[in-house]
Design a protein around this ligand. Structure first.
Ligand code: MV4
Length: 449
């Protein structure tokens, strides 16, 4: 029996193409939605069908739930893959799919609702004896509540938006006298961004590493982890480079953090593909941070070291199939690094949309480029500026770094600015080469200049 006859892809760019490829390898027909400005794009060309759902503005196209449900009905698609961003973590969309008898390729609406409520997710972890950073058990109701928690955990602390992620509504508070002001600033920012000003508090962990674990879960309680990724190289809360495995980890570390991730995912009753994010502090303590209920941009590094196609797995699991392998069947081979190439000024990190006059992605052994760009394509200013992901695989970190350097040097993107020069510089940094990185690596590197 076929998994699905046809899948609708409710996304654009490289991830839409990634999903089209997975579907076609599974013998599933594809329909893709697109906005007016995305008419001349590769996903539109390569899917079996394409449906225009509105103008360039995401609110009127890729976020337009009725238009997307209609597109699925018109094309007779049985399932929708949301990709990442846009509607991927909108549980109302999952409910709208269910109401129209369309399978949502992803976790349950409840998984997504809880995953989007960061303070609630924290509480669930605490109840299940999974270590979280000391902090508030619930969103704090006012500055008085914030002071109460601060008395208990001390300074520095960090205020985070319950509805957040991505750094909006986040503030580090170093001293008691700053708390009142920072609380109100973070709350205002969170409300403006999410329509919800709830804040929770954590003790601030300095020099943390961001380590996350990929999970796959079927609908019958079967669950495996696909190992960890180090996503510590970020700038303004945007991940820029990810690697797998964690360079300073070993088999014991992977077993420990993998088991922890499985325990966390079980506590959520998790289904399909997901990621458990952890904070790793300088003493090696592991704390739960968040659960991500979508396919992530950086999923290819895990695919490279495990040989498992995570998007195909998502589709198979959403069709109700059980996992076809067990934890002991998951093996880890070599080292992988991903660089996110953005259409941005590499020094100022401001968007650089425009027409790509020449586009020649790198290739060769152990190099994968996930992109929907081509020579003559115009990068629209309406969406995020990711235009390509270069992913390499080598026998160890050193080989992967060398491979990435040579791949980025041969990558031709003319007509617009890209972040390639930034990565070529980063890959020569002595501390990066030692693997001595954390989430503040780039801020410090910038100061040194
Ligand atoms: C933290 C932290 C320190 N302690 N949590 C979470 C989302 C990610 N983008 C940044 N996050 C952090 N969470 C605890 N308990 C440090 C960061 C962090 C950060 C925070 C504020 C401003 C800049 C930052 C840069 C990297 C990491």
């Amino acid at each position: 029996m076929k998994l699905f006859r046809k899948v609708l892809i409710a996304n654009r760019g490289e991830i839409a193409l990634r999903i089209i490829r997975a579907c076609h390898e599974l013998g599933i027909r594809t329909a893709v939605v697109y906005s007016e400005i995305d008419k001349n794009t590769l996903p539109v060309r390569l899917a079996d069908e394409a449906i225009c759902i509105g103008p360039a503005s995401a609110a009127q196209s890729y976020l337009n739930i009725p238009a997307i449900i209609s597109a699925a009905e018109i094309t007779d698609a049985e399932a929708i893959h949301p990709g990442y961003g846009f509607l991927a973590e909108n549980y109302h969309f999952v409910e709208a799919c269910a109401a129209s008898n369309i399978t949502f390729i992803g976790p349950s609406a409840e998984n997504i609702r809880i995953g989007g409520d960061k303070s609630m997710a924290r509480q669930i972890m605490k109840k299940n004896n999974i270590q979280v950073v000391p902090g508030s058990d619930k969103p704090v109701v006012n500055e008085k509540g914030a002071f109460k928690v601060a008395k208990k955990i001390g300074f520095p602390l960090i205020l985070k938006a319950s509805a957040g992620g991505g750094g909006k509504g986040m503030r580090i508070v170093k001293r008691e006298e700053d708390l009142d002001k920072m609380y109100h600033m973070a709350q205002k920012e969170a409300f403006a961004a999410f329509g919800n000003g709830d804040l929770y508090i954590e003790k601030y962990i300095s020099d943390m590493r961001h380590i996350e674990v990929q999970i796959l879960a079927d609908n019958r309680g079967g669950m495996v982890h696909l190992g960890e990724r180090d996503c510590s190289i970020q700038r303004r809360h945007q991940k820029l480079l990810e690697e797998a495995p964690f360079n300073y980890g070993d088999v014991t570390f992977r077993k420990k953090i993998g088991a922890l991730a499985i325990k966390a995912a079980r506590a959520f009753g998790y289904r399909n593909a997901g990621t458990i994010e952890f904070i790793l502090d300088r003493d090696g303590q592991i704390y739960f941070m968040e659960i991500n209920t979508r396919i992530q941009v950086e999923h290819p590094v895990t695919e490279m070291v495990t040989g498992i196609d995570i998007v195909k797995a998502q589709i198979t699991l959403a069709a109700g199939r059980p996992l076809s392998f067990r934890q002991k069947d998951v093996s880890f081979n070599g080292y992988s690094i991903e660089c996110r190439i953005n259409a941005e000024d590499p020094e100022k990190f401001i968007p650089s949309p425009g027409t790509v006059s020449l586009f020649v992605p790198p290739g060769g052994a152990g190099v994968r480029t996930d992109t929907a760009a081509y020579s003559g394509w115009t990068v629209p200013a309406h969406y995020d500026s990711l235009i390509a992901k270069v992913i390499v695989h080598g026998k160890d970190r050193e080989e992967a770094v060398m491979k990435m350097k040579r791949a980025l040097r041969e990558f031709i993107i003319d007509g617009i600015k890209s972040t390639i020069p930034f990565f070529i510089d980063l890959l020569d940094d002595p501390d990066f080469l030692k693997g001595d990185i954390n989430t503040h690596f780039l801020e410090r590197k910038n100061k040194k200049k």
